[in-house]
Design a binder for this molecule. Structure first.
Ligand code: B12
Length: 294
């Protein structure tokens, strides 16, 4: 059973003092989002506010035996394992509020890059393993996926993006229903100061190209996790052949790597991981700034 220990009035106090503590109106009306934006963009956030707020979040004080399975005795007690157990317990108990809280707390504690690159994929893999073993049902998987989608959306929104930032369009191609890799790519790109237009999963070639052209995308990034058949290769070839000139096309994810050889004769870039995506986007932004300065 889950028992929550709600630390008393620190949060209420901070929230009631919010208009006085915070120097500008909250963009998204959520203190957490605000704190995250401050965390990632600048270093001057008063530690006391963070600590008090973190303490005010409901803490899972009792863990389920099932969630503990797969974590070794020697792992227990470490901070990241605590977070891992809380997220798995919350998913197991179909408790979206507890899961969202635990994930957001994880993002604040680990920092966004570590959260996006390590903590979140590990959580999704944990869910996947349980799903395959049969201890998690499709309902558990759906709840976990939906909550992760919300938390990633919250992360992307928390970044202040410059008005003239280049646009990255993110989606998955037709028949690819796995969208969480695409969302991680979107969050990583937002962290690099790109304006992200996220279109979700299973989008036909013509719609991807139409949207890229409408928003003036400098690049598109597609996640391909499972779909590695001939029809996907055809879709990808159609996209790269019909994109507006100069728009870079990237694909990433496990199936993208399997497809690399089959699209080697095109201008599609296979990006191996999120760090490579970040490096590429950083370089492109720097080039754009140089051109603007000339
Ligand atoms: C959640 C999930 C689903 C959900 C997806 C929900 C959603 N909203 O996304 C649903 C229920 C829809 C689903 C359906 C299916 N799934 Co599924 N699913 C998973 C699961 C559990 C997690 C996938 C995931 O999100 N992983 C987390 C992401 C973050 O990891 P990742 O995709 O590897 O991405 C990392 C990198 O590759 C990279 N990356 C990914 N995309 C991009 C993009 C760019 C641009 C860059 C730079 C990097 C990058 O960044 C990520 C972090 O490092 C996995 C199991 C697992 N262990 O992964 C199976 C898994 C992917 N599914 C699988 C299968 C077989 C299916 C189904 C066929 C099941 C069925 N019988 O219907 C369908 C196929 C649907 C389809 N046509 O796409 C297999 C795929 C096997 C294979 N050969 O490819 C897996 C591996 C499970 C397994 N072990 O068999 N699934």
């Amino acid at each position: 059973m889950f028992v929550y220990r709600q630390k008393p009035s620190a949060a209420k106090l901070i929230i009631s003092l919010q208009p006085f503590l915070l120097p500008r109106p909250l963009k998204i009306g959520n203190l957490f989002q605000y704190l995250l934006a401050r965390f990632t963009n600048m270093k001057n956030l008063p530690g006391v506010v963070v600590v008090a707020f973190l303490l005010s979040i409901p803490v899972v004080s009792q863990r389920s035996d099932a969630a503990l399975r797969g974590v070794t005795e020697k792992d227990k007690g470490s901070r990241s394992v605590d977070g891992r157990l809380q997220t798995l317990s919350a998913a197991e108990h179909l408790d979206p509020a507890a899961l969202e809280g635990a994930l957001k707390r994880g993002a604040l504690v680990a920092g966004t890059a570590m959260f996006i690159d390590e903590a979140l994929p590990r959580f999704l893999r944990d869910v996947g393993e349980r799903w395959h073993r049969g201890s998690f049902t499709p309902a558990h998987e759906h709840l976990a996926s939906d909550t992760v989608r919300r938390v990633l959306g919250w992360l992307v929104e928390a970044y202040d993006v410059a008005r003239d930032a280049p646009v990255l369009l993110v989606a998955t191609p037709s028949t690819e229903m796995h969208e969480l890799g695409a969302m991680l790519a979107a969050a990583a790109a937002a962290g690099e100061g790109w304006r992200v237009v996220y279109l979700g999963p299973n989008l036909p070639a013509a719609d991807i190209v139409g949207a890229a052209s409408q928003v003036g995308a400098a690049a598109i990034a597609l996640s391909v996790v499972f779909a590695d058949g001939e029809s996907t290769v055809r879709e990808l070839r159609t996209i790269v052949a019909t994109l507006p000139p100069g728009t870079v096309m990237m694909i990433g994810g496990p199936a993208a790597i399997r497809l690399e050889r089959l699209i080697a004769d095109t201008d599609i870039r296979v990006v191996r991981d999120l760090d490579s995506l970040r490096a590429f986007l950083r370089d492109r932004r720097a080039q754009q700034a140089d051109v603007a300065a000339d």
